[in-house]
Design a binder for this molecule. Structure first.
Ligand code: ATP
Ligand code: MG
Length: 146
């Protein structure tokens, strides 16, 4: 599908805000409204997966930014949840991987969310990175080629 970056993310985030009252969402969207060639359904589901993780893992504040950088459309999703310890950070994209101690919080899941997100971003020839600090929060950075 062809979409316009700013418009697409604005709509996606507005719908998301309506469905989630427990979290405040701050947005800074790239003004140029660049054209993107993406699979709308899968990119939407991927962004929702990452945002839902933030809520599941203790965040009450989400910051979503988009910008154009080096021929990529970059989407940054930052939360202030429980974070992920260093030794788990590489593995969370593996199929069925979950961090054990998050079960303390009684959060259910299959460990498939980030695996799926990674597959979708790869299928778009994009990249995904995770930065996280325990008890501080997690930031997911997605780059989609323009
Ligand atoms: P599913 O998404 O399949 O319902 P899940 O949320 O457990 O289950 P993933 O989304 O793949 O699976 O995430 C893998 C693990 O990474 C989670 O179990 C959790 O421990 C950790 N994790 C993911 N996102 C965050 C986040 N934003 N903050 C803290 N921990 C996270
Ligand atoms: Mg998940």
């Amino acid at each position: 599908n062809t979409v316009f970056g700013k418009q697409f993310f604005q709509n996606l985030i507005n719908d998301y805000k309506l469905s989630k009252e427990s979290i405040s969402v701050e947005t800074h969207l790239d003004e140029s409204n660049t054209q993107l060639f993406i699979d709308k359904f899968h990119i939407t589901t991927a962004i929702l997966n990452v945002s839902d993780n933030a809520v599941k893992y203790g965040s009450d504040q989400l910051k979503i930014r988009t910008k154009i950088i080096d021929n990529s459309f970059q989407i940054t999703i930052e939360d202030n949840g429980i974070g992920i310890a260093k030794e788990h950070q590489k593995k969370v994209f593996d199929k069925f991987y979950r961090v054990e101690n998050t079960n303390i919080h009684n959060v259910k899941g299959l460990g498939l969310g980030l695996f799926y997100v990674h597959q979708i971003i790869k299928a778009h020839n994009g990249t995904i990175e995770l930065n996280s600090k325990e008890n501080k929060g997690t930031t997911i950075i997605i780059n989609l080629p323009l």
